[in-house]
Design a protein around this ligand. Structure first.
Ligand code: HEC
Ligand code: HEC
Length: 288
């Protein structure tokens, strides 16, 4: 042990510790730092007493405040629900046509409908409801299989299409692969392609597929390919295709119709949700 002495080189005192001629300078922790450390300990102890923590094998100390994150979430949710109750009650009480007429209710329904759509429908119809060619119809165009009026859309969403729901939309295109030869199917597919082609109107009736179409398809799809909404029969005279405009895709559909199906949503999401979804889908651009 040496003695405290003033070290002129560093301008500090030494502690008196000395090894092999090397002396330790006396540089204590700054006071503010020590105070901060003590305060931190104090806060940690107070926090540990107030909030849940300290697990044992079978239990945990719940904290003196009784706070839980689940409880906080519930309070926030209850508050949000209470704030929305005014709107929700009206949505529940009114038919979609009336909801759509009130600017405020409509805005509320569209906002709710959009988030419901993203959660439940986007997987098939796409995030922007643009659909997926060959599988799921676009909901933003004005080409509707089952109708684009509010009541039509409501029915489609509430009960779905070709499913086990008793009120589900039902229809079937017969599998012509079992009734027509491959040549006949090819011929009628060529004819179908002319329905949406303005330049082909002239010589169309002379095509070999014309008579086959007239006999087998016009009953549902219409003489000019107008479609039929009561049965969800697509228009064939426009450029919008559910399954694709290639001859290959059309031949496939005629031989073995795909019969797209959609679940019913009312049992899953409830009537209010279906109403909001209806208003949202109707607002997307193609609503009638
Ligand atoms: C599992 C995939 C799937 C999901 C999820 C789905 N749909 Fe569909 N939807 C379809 C299919 C397939 C069709 C077309 C069926 C047909 O051929 O008629 C369709 C058709 C529709 C139609 C009719 C379009 C028209 O032209 O008439 C509406 C409206 C619709 N869906 C809305 C919704 C809404 C709203 C949701 C979410 C609550 C939803 N869909 C979720 C598969 C789905
Ligand atoms: C009983 C009514 C019915 C008859 C008859 C019928 N279809 Fe269809 N067709 C439908 C329905 C319903 C759909 C949509 C069903 C689906 O999702 O597969 C459809 C879909 C199609 C599509 C797909 C359209 C698109 O937008 O992608 C083509 C093409 C088509 N039919 C051609 C024909 C041809 C050709 C015939 C005659 C050989 C025919 N259909 C007879 C009811 C019918």
């Amino acid at each position: 042990m040496g003695e405290h002495r003033y070290d002129p080189v560093t301008g500090q005192y030494t502690t008196g510790h000395k090894w092999d001629g090397i002396e330790e300078l006396y540089t204590p922790l700054p006071r503010w730092w020590v105070i901060t450390l003590v305060i931190t300990f104090a806060i940690a102890i107070i926090y540990a007493l107030l909030y849940p923590g300290w697990p044992t094998t079978r239990f945990y100390f719940p904290g003196l405040l009784g706070w839980t994150s689940a409880g906080e979430l519930k309070t926030e949710k209850d508050a949000a629900r209470a704030a929305q109750a005014h709107w929700r009650d009206q949505i529940a009480a009114k038919p979609v046509s009336e909801i759509a007429q009130s600017e405020e209710l409509r805005t509320f329904a569209i906002t709710g409908g959009r988030s419901l759509f993203n959660q439940n429908c986007a997987a098939c119809h796409g995030l922007g409801a643009g659909g997926q060619q060959g599988q799921f119809p676009s909901l933003i165009d004005d080409d509707w299989l089952w109708g684009g009026k509010l009541d039509d859309i409501y029915l489609t969403i509430a009960h779905g299409i070709r499913n086990e729901d008793a009120e589900s939309r039902q229809s079937e295109m017969p599998p012509f692969g079992e009734m027509l030869s491959a040549e006949e199917i090819s011929a009628v597919a060529d004819y179908v392609l002319t329905l949406s082609d303005a330049k082909a109107v002239e010589g169309r009736k002379a095509l070999p597929g014309a008579a086959i179409y007239e006999a087998n398809c016009a009953g549902c799809h219409g003489a000019e390919g107008e479609g039929m909404r009561e049965m969800g029969v697509p228009r064939l005279k426009d450029q919008i295709w559910l399954y694709g405009d290639s001859k290959e895709s059309i031949v496939h559909q005629i031989g073995k119709p795909r019969m797209g199906s959609m679940p019913s949503w009312k049992p899953r999401l409830g009537d209010d949700a279906v109403k909001m979804l209806t208003i949202y889908v109707h607002s997307l651009g193609g609503g009638e």
